[in-house]
Ligand binder design. Structure first.
Ligand code: ADP
Ligand code: ADP
Length: 190
């Protein structure tokens, strides 16, 4: 099985690119953000706990997302691998992922990192706010907090995966099609 991580700041285009990636490589798309929004829509206890944190632009506890991922790994069938979108987001999550995979005799195949400058993050999230109506996209101070959280807690993963020889950075600026071509030309080699 292949285990790809789709990495990047909020609004980098991860969700946008994920659909074509999973089709081309027969992967199961696992977006922790989408899974959490689904729990919120269902009104589960986990969703209620997550909602306040997400709406404020903070991360949910590591144990919550790790549990969601572990559960999906166990129930997978008929696929070539996984595309982890928005997970891991902390060093603790990255270490937990390594342990989950080691227990299955597997390891991370590669990290596809979509990189855009902070100014473009603001632009893209403002665009998404008009279309998707997410509460965490609606207010500038929340978006600022998510960007700050990304720099403080998620960016250290770049070094972690770079040292492991797994980090592949892709220019996330330009059109959706241009980014898709860059992603495919990197993933075709992995
Ligand atoms: P992420 O999943 O990384 O948070 P999304 O895929 O939701 O990001 O993209 C954020 C917003 O930017 C969406 O409104 C999306 O339509 C738009 N978008 C994504 N990629 C591009 C691109 N290459 N050019 C212009 N807009 C884009
Ligand atoms: P974006 O790509 O725009 O940051 P996501 O859909 O990936 O949006 O995530 C939305 C929110 O869900 C995050 O701001 C965070 O509160 C929560 N979340 C998603 N994935 C994780 C994760 N791996 N760890 C902790 N919180 C997460």
């Amino acid at each position: 099985m292949k285990y790809f991580i789709l990495f990047g700041p909020p609004g980098a285009g991860k969700g946008t690119q994920a659909g074509d990636m999973v089709k081309r490589y027969s992967l199961c798309h696992l977006s922790t953000g989408e899974l959490l929004r689904h729990e919120i829509a269902l009104g589960t206890p986990l969703g209620l706990q997550a909602k306040a944190l997400i709406d404020a632009g903070n991360l949910v506890p590591d144990s919550v997302v790790e549990g969601m991922i572990q559960q999906r790994f166990e129930s997978a069938s008929g696929i070539e691998g996984f595309l982890l979108d928005g997970f891991p987001r902390t060093l603790e999550q990255a270490e937990a992922l390594d342990q989950m995979l080691a227990a299955r005799g597997e390891k991370v195949t590669g990290v596809i990192s979509l990189m855009i400058p902070d100014a473009l993050v603001h632009e893209r999230i403002a665009h998404r706010a008009l279309i998707e109506g997410r509460a965490d996209d609606a207010r500038d101070e929340i978006v600022q907090n998510r960007i700050a959280t990304y720099h403080a807690k998620t960016e250290p993963l770049i070094r972690f995966y770079h040292q492991a020889g797994l980090y592949h950075e892709i220019d996330g600026t330009g059109s959706v099609e241009q980014v898709r071509e860059r992603v495919f030309s990197t993933m075709d080699k992995l």
